[in-house]
Write a protein that binds this ligand. Structure first.
Ligand code: BES
Ligand code: ZN
Ligand code: MN
Length: 472
């Protein structure tokens, strides 16, 4: 019934001197839509006003654009109150293209909600057009592609383990990626055993489900890198902690512990859809971390990549074991140009900077890479903070019985976790992203809605675009 209407969201300057302009446009809009009822500034009338915030004098571009994105989220909430509604953003007197773009993208990202299990599934509203100077239809199409992939990532993260075990996760990624021109190999258990994936198989010992290992390869003919960039994503489809079972409410959101894996898949999907001239591989080891009579216990020793022995001190430090197997395989098979691991790896990351940004650590990354990371973060307004990888942390992982133990004393937990994974990537530039604090929001906050966020996909995707530019 409401489908024929197009809701117009007018973007106005932040100060009240626009009253005249407002009058003018209300009249014009009323003339354009003689049947529309223009009674007030409220929905469900077919128009609404948004006084765009103006950039403060001392405000950085990112601070400001994040504020704009917060409005995008709020307006998406309003739009969703009218299921299936169609929206046009109309830039009346607002000429900051970055602000209009940030608003439009945030609107698109936040229109999506996970309602698979709701009795009433509401049609997602649509952003039909952005009427702004210099904002082409292609620009909107680009934003849609990005938002679609991020929203796909979110939908995976939201699925409970009963619907998305390790095998289903692998199959879902393959089904999504293959039509985009990305090859997908799902490993058999035999192959994992042959590669000596003692970390993945060890964690899986406590599970009734099979583990999975997904190898996604995007290799365009015009790739500018000979050796691939390898993404490694943690795919723990549920983290009960294993024998060191999680207590209190620490287990509540652990269906989201495959967010790093979904993120890696989303990044490679976007690269393919944007036809980036980059050779990229994504490796996603997956299992749940539960417990039964055969589960890994503290004191057990596993072998990563068939070689490196690791003493298990705590079965809840499982993600790094999966990442290590994948990194060891990447090293042998691909000798990567760089390895980027991404994971909901430690509570320490979340405690350090909260839900405001990604905790990042790096070793041997080139100046070019670091510059592109910083630029990309500014471009898409996803924040990160680099933590140190000083050699003094290394001894935290010394084991009396094996080459390494799987966790340190607890201090700087996100760093010792990165150190553990980095041990298996020590021949390449290594970037590690701990997304434990940002992958899943407990409440609406800033630009992000409660629930899975897809945080970091846009950042990495923009990074790859910028970085590919430096390889020419
Ligand atoms: N998946 C958790 C980390 C996590 C915590 C993610 C909160 C998202 C929100 C990870 O496997 C874990 O349990 N880490 C332990 C490591 C510890 C045992 C060394 C942690 O951070 O407590
Ligand atoms: Zn975990
Ligand atoms: Mn854990």
């Amino acid at each position: 019934m409401k489908r024929d209407k197009v809701y117009r969201l007018f973007l106005l300057k932040g100060d009240r001197k626009t009253a005249d302009a407002e009058q003018k446009y209300v009249k014009q809009a009323a003339a354009d839509h003689p049947k529309g009822r223009w009674t007030d500034f409220h929905l469900p009338e077919p128009h609404a006003y948004l006084w765009m915030p103006e950039r403060g004098q001392d405000e950085s571009g990112t601070d400001y654009l994040l504020r704009v994105r917060t409005w995008g989220r709020r307006w998406a909430d309003k739009a969703r109150a009218v299921p299936g509604s169609r929206w046009t953003l109309t830039d009346l007197e607002w000429h900051d293209p970055e602000a209009v773009r940030a608003l439009a993208e945030s609107f698109l990202l936040n229109l999506y909600v996970f309602d698979t299990y709701k009795a009433e599934r509401k049609a997602v509203p649509e952003l039909a057009a952005v009427e702004a100077e210099g904002f082409s239809a292609e620009a909107l199409a680009d934003l849609r592609v990005r938002a679609d992939e991020v929203n796909w990532v979110k939908s995976l993260v939201e699925q409970p383990v009963s619907a998305l075990n390790a095998t289903a996760f692998a199959q879902e990624m393959a089904a999504h990626l293959k039509p985009l021109g990305v090859s997908a190999k799902l490993w058999t258990r035999k192959e994992m055993e042959k590669a000596g994936m003692g970390g993945l198989l060890g964690v899986n010992r406590g599970s009734v489900d099979e583990p999975s290992f997904t190898e996604l390869v995007y290799k365009p003919a015009d790739a500018r890198n000979g050796k691939p960039l390898v993404l490694v994503g943690k795919g723990v489809v549920f983290d009960a902690g294993g024998m060191n079972i999680k207590t209190g409410n620490y287990m509540d959101d652990m269906k989201t512990d495959m967010a790093g894996g979904a993120m890696a898949a989303g990044i490679i999907a976007l690269a393919a859809r944007q036809a980036l001239p980059l050779y990229i591989v994504a490796l996603i080891p997956a299992t749940d971390n539960r417990l039964n009579g055969n589960a890994l216990v503290p004191g057990d020793v596993v072998r990563i990549g068939g070689e490196t022995s690791v003493e298990i001190v705590n079965t809840d430090a499982e993600g790094r074991l999966l990442l290590a197997d994948a990194a060891a395989y990447a090293q042998k098979r691909y000798a990567p140009a760089a390895l980027v691991s991404m994971a909901t790896l430690t509570g320490a990351a979340s405690r350090a900077i909260g839900a405001k940004g990604i905790v990042a650590m790096q070793e041997r990354c080139t100046e070019d890479m670091l510059r592109c990371l910083a630029q990309a973060s500014e471009d898409v307004q996803e924040r990160y903070c680099l933590f140190p990888m000083w050699p003094e942390y290394d001894s935290e992982l010394d084991s009396a019985v094996a080459e390494l133990k799987n966790c340190g004393s607890g201090a700087a937990g996100m760093i010792t976790a990165a150190k553990f994974v980095g041990y298996f990537a020590r021949k390449t530039p290594f970037l590690h992203l701990d997304v434990a604090g940002v992958a899943y929001y407990g409440k609406d906050e800033n630009a992000w809605k409660k629930g899975a966020t897809g945080f970091g996909v846009r950042w990495m995707s923009r990074f790859l675009e910028l970085w590919s530019g430096t390889l020419k």
